[in-house]
Design a protein around this ligand. Sequence first.
Ligand code: AMP
Length: 284
Amino acid sequence: MSDKTARIISSPELMQEFSTSKFVEGKRIAFVPTMGALHEGHLSLVAEAKKRGDIVVVSIFVNPTQFGENEDFNEYVRDFSGDQKKLKSYEVDVVFAPEVDDIYPLDFETKVELPKLQNCLCGLSRPGHFKGVCTVVTKLFNIVKPSLAIFGEKDYQQLKIVQKLVRDLNMNVKIVSMPIVREKDGLAMSSRNKYLSQSERDKALSISKSLVRVKELYRKGYVEISELVESGIKVLNDSGVSDVDYYEIRDGDTLEPVEEAQQGNLVAVAAKIGSTRLIDNIRL
Ligand code: AMP
């Protein structure tokens, strides 16, 4: 692939104009929403967008409304010029990078939420998070007008919520999901991994190891939820990770609790390593 610097658009109105003109030309826009600090996980979504769309739009917007009061909005890694360099070889057409005021003018008040699907897993420990996600995704879809949008399974609950949002509100956007991209040793790639010291990174590795352990046990015939969850938590605890936000096995589509583990179930974990909250998951 040759290098091409993407056009940068920050105004929602200009972005809408661009998208409308492409729509009139009969072009399909493939959209990858991100908060920047791009890594190979994000880039796998961009590569998929490139395959599936005529035009590729990547948004870079650290969305304040999905961060809680005591969360890391201000500290969140921002590296716009690094991101642009990384996107070069993918020949992205547009990077949509609005300012907070562009997305949330002073009189902004509409909120979008899915009370049931957000009432578990990350939604419980991060109140308001998915309301912020759903509101910004709705806005971004109205601004970018994509035919399809690519999301990572890394944020599995987010993926399920966005799929339902699109169904519930008849949004004309196909949601495509992509598998979790991991470091060679198994750590799920995340912009927040940059916060980890070397010793914290060593500990963080136990998260993916614990998921693999749970899946191994399931394959050996263990189906009792409490037993599987305890063995996952034990792998974390044995590595010195004690601040476990949740460790759960749920239905892979509805995210409802299950009585016994079954193929396709989601094993999801959130744990704090030092002050960094990491999430990961695996399907049985
Ligand atoms: P973020 O910038 O963290 O909001 O993530 C933007 C998109 O990239 C979301 O759809 C994430 O699920 C996806 N993503 C983040 N990390 C990974 C990863 N390790 N593998 C695959 N997709 C990812």
